[in-house]
Design a protein around this ligand. Structure first.
Ligand code: NAD
Length: 483
């Protein structure tokens, strides 16, 4: 499936057997069972690791071509995250694959009762452009670890990385099991007409609706890794200099094009007065007085995205207190901070997904929590405060995909934590074991012998009340035995 996108649409299919022949090949491979043994999964994961390690320079070059991604950021947020995930999966694979024994009742005490993880089949992974390597391959780690075949669809917008993945993946991974499909919305729509066993989609909420519609035709389960507006809430006593530095790093990393970037800040007017100079200072420390010449700042991915951001900025009634400069040819927008932004401002209409940071003032902790709770549940929520009572209150009274106190975006670096949204910010999660679980079916298994047939007799007709009493006891929790 690698190489140029097919010219015609993939055949619209309603059943496994009518699938496009390339998908048919993957499905036949899956049916053959070769992806199931631990050794096969381990080999493919090691091959993926080799692909990343042996082609680091090419990968960094492609990421720079696509987003002017600084090498430092690319290594940290694409390569290190990916190789950590691979190490973690390779070291835990055996234990993840083990059957999980469960507690038994008296009636089942001589049986083997366990949960068996089995692969789902042929899964589809659709990725966005902002972390074009990591967001394509991290889900693939989970899919391979769980023993699936996969069709992988990189974003057409990050073209250099798409080209590189189409070239490298078939060289390192089994072509019978994993296929790269290239193309934009039209090719993806055609691809979605086929039946998959799971669709893992990362991208915008609006496209997610069409993904769901397509999935509904075949009743395909879907994981949605979406975006939205992640709030940063600064309240009470706080180390304002450190908070500003951490916020600036989290917001302007990848030029703000991160699904977990703080989208807007909430604070009291008094906090804003100290926060703005601290943000200004942090920005100058990080990117200098002319950020356009700083190699540590990415560019906006495309002219279309640049225009969208400049439109938002142009329509905003907020006051620019830092930045505001831009250059269309260079797809550059200076790290920009605005104050006096109101709830109904253009910048609050949609996810910003760029280097623009509005500050909204609230009167109290309760008002800030209310502001957050009146909106879609965010993918991440960041609270900055020296006071644990403040942090705990926001933690308890709000709902979000992830929650971090006194920092931003760093939670996604830990493979032990599930990564995903809630409500409008997404369904399902991955990273580490959570990715393995997402791409596995948890099969309930009870292996019975012929023991206790007299006890079994209790459930057969003729039904009698005294038999029911005994049955209640032998099946009930009071007779439960730990596994
Ligand atoms: P997008 O939805 O435009 O595109 C994502 C993928 O969908 C691409 O591969 C694209 O080719 C495909 N696509 C686009 N239009 C389609 C259509 N009509 N039908 C079928 N497929 C289509 O998203 P994007 O602009 O690439 O990414 C930005 C969004 O993704 C932001 O909202 C961001 O918050 C979100 N995001 C979420 C995460 C996460 O992990 N939760 C990570 C990164 C980005």
């Amino acid at each position: 499936l690698s190489g140029p996108a097919p010219s015609g649409p993939l055949s619209p299919v309603g059943s496994y057997c009518q699938c496009d022949f390339r998908l048919k090949k993957l499905r036949a491979t899956f049916r053959s069972g070769i992806t199931v043994p631990e050794q096969f999964r381990r080999t493919q994961l090691n091959n993926l690791m080799a692909m990343v390690n042996e082609n680091e320079e090419q990968i960094l070059k492609a990421l720079h071509q696509d987003l002017a991604k600084p090498k430092f950021e690319a290594i940290l947020s694409e390569l290190v995250i990916l190789t950590n995930e691979l190490h973690y999966a390779i070291s835990n694979l055996r234990s993840w694959m083990q059957p999980e024994y469960v507690s038994k009742s008296l009636a089942t005490r001589f049986d083997d009762c366990f949960v068996q993880r089995e692969p789902l089949g042929v899964v589809l992974i659709i990725a966005p452009w902002n972390y074009p390597l990591q967001l394509l391959l991290l889900p693939l780690v989970g899919a391979i670890a769980a023993g699936n075949c996969a069709v992988i669809k990189p974003s057409e917008i990050s073209l250099a990385t798409e080209n590189l993945m189409a070239e490298l993946i078939p060289r390192y991974l089994s072509q019978d099991c994993y296929a790269v499909v290239r193309g934009g919305p039209e090719e993806t729509k055609a691809l979605l007409e086929n039946r998959f066993d799971h669709i893992f989609y990362t991208g915008s909420q609006s496209v997610a609706r069409s993904i769901l519609q397509a999935a509904s035709v075949h009743l395909t389960p879907v994981t949605l890794e979406l975006g939205g507006k992640c709030p940063g809430f600064i309240y009470g006593h706080v180390n304002i200099v450190a908070a500003a530095r951490r916020l600036v790093w989290a917001k302007f990393f990848n030029a703000g094009q991160s699904c977990v970037a703080p989208d807007y800040l909430l604070c009291t007017r008094a906090t804003q007065d100290t926060l703005v100079p601290a943000l200004r200072q942090a920005l100058e420390d990080f990117y200098g007085t002319n950020p356009q010449t700083c190699p540590d700042l990415s560019r906006i991915v495309s002219p279309r995205h640049w225009t969208r951001l400049m439109n938002l900025l142009g329509r905003s009634k907020g006051k620019v207190v830092v930045g505001g400069e831009s250059n269309e040819e260079d797809k550059y927008i200076a790290p920009t901070v605005l104050v006096d932004v109101t709830e109904d401002d253009a910048l609050m209409e949609e996810e910003i997904f760029g280097p623009i940071l509005p500050i909204i003032t609230v009167e109290s902790l309760e008002k800030g929590i209310e502001f957050i709770n009146c909106r879609e549940k965010p993918l991440a929520l960041y609270v900055f405060s020296d006071e644990s009572s403040v942090i705990n209150m926001v933690l308890e009274k709000t709902s979000s995909g992830g929650f971090v106190s006194n920092d931003g975006i760093i939670h996604m670096s830990l493979p032990g934590l599930p990564f995903g949204g809630v409500g409008g910010s997404g369904w399902g999660s991955y990273h580490g074991r959570w990715g393995f679980e997402t791409f596995s079916h948890r099969k309930a298994c009870m292996l019975r012998g012929w023991a206790l047939e007299r006890l079994n007799g209790l459930r057969y007709p003729p039904y009698r009340d005294d038999k029911l009493g005994w049955l209640r006891w032998t099946l009930g929790c009071t007779s439960m035995l730990r596994c």
